[in-house]
Write a protein that binds this ligand. Structure first.
Ligand SMILES: O=C1C[C@@](O)(C(=O)O)C[C@@H](O)[C@@H]1O
Length: 248
């Protein structure tokens, strides 16, 4: 288990997703979540601001982002800013994706999520680097869990593209799928220099959110309040298991 470049400390990180329709609501959630000691990073999911039913326009969104990010920047907790596209289970239309990630990068957060499967991802990697943000490359398969070779190929593609962190999330339909994801995560953690994150979603995959670090995963997404994906557990629950596994 390698530590994330944007999180101090070597223990598996607890990342709390912040998902709200406005920047102001997101900032309020971040303030509430920062009082939990076990929280190592926020993931501000800004894609709801780019949803097709929003009417602010790009200038209004930029103003909301900039104003609200001040709260994140003042926090002791580092922030990963994520735009999840509609293609991978989020709210941002694919044709607005690159522009939305550019807006995320211009906030100069500690880290930015870039979906490896979107066109223009290489340029976004470079832009994030230039701004000093670590790149968390990501790939999600919501329908099923691909075979181990494909999952390992995805991790390798991310590492080869120069990501600082490689993250893969897949939906299981059986315990075999969960084991496939855990095995691929373990082998990727041994094969690449960068930290990897492997998540099996839904009820079946919950064990990967609690014990993923034992299989080489550097972080887990856990909630304070509402969550951002099926199967997420509370930060409190994950923190208890983490301290048991670390024998702390
Ligand atoms: O990539 C991920 C992982 C995730 O999908 C999960 O299953 O916990 C939650 C998302 O918010 C995040 O961007």
């Amino acid at each position: 288990m390698k530590p994330l470049p944007f999180v101090p400390g070597a223990r598996p990180a607890i990342i709390v997703p912040i998902l709200a329709r406005t920047g102001e609501a997101a900032a309020r959630q971040a303030i509430a979540a920062s009082s939990h000691e076990g929280v190592d990073a926020f993931e501000w999911r800004i894609d709801p601001l780019f949803a097709p039913d929003r009417r602010e326009g790009r200038d209004g969104i930029t103003a909301d982002l900039t104003r609200s990010y001040e709260t994140f920047a003042r926090s002791r907790v580092p922030t990963l800013v994520t735009v999840r596209s509609e293609a991978e289970g989020g709210y941002c239309p694919v044709d607005a994706y690159a522009d939305a990630v550019s807006a995320a990068i211009s906030l100069a957060p500690e880290a930015v999520d870039v979906e490896i499967g979107r066109s223009g991802s290489a340029e976004l990697f470079a832009a994030a680097r230039e701004r000093g943000a670590a790149v968390v490359a990501s790939g999600h398969t919501w329908e099923s869990t691909p075979p181990a070779g494909e999952l390992e190929g995805l991790f390798a593609q991310m590492a080869g593209a120069g990501a600082d962190v490689a993250k893969v999330a897949a939906m299981p339909h059986s315990i075999d799928d969960v084991l496939t994801l855990l095995g691929a995560t373990w082998r990727a953690s041994q094969a690449h220099e960068i930290p990897v994150i492997g998540i099996s979603m839904g009820e079946l995959g919950r064990v990967t959110r609690l014990c993923g670090a034992e299989f080489g995963s550097a972080a887990t997404f856990a909630t304070v309040g509402s969550g951002s994906a099926p199967g997420q557990m509370t930060a409190e629950q994950v923190d208890i298991v983490r301290s048991i596994l670390l024998r702390g």
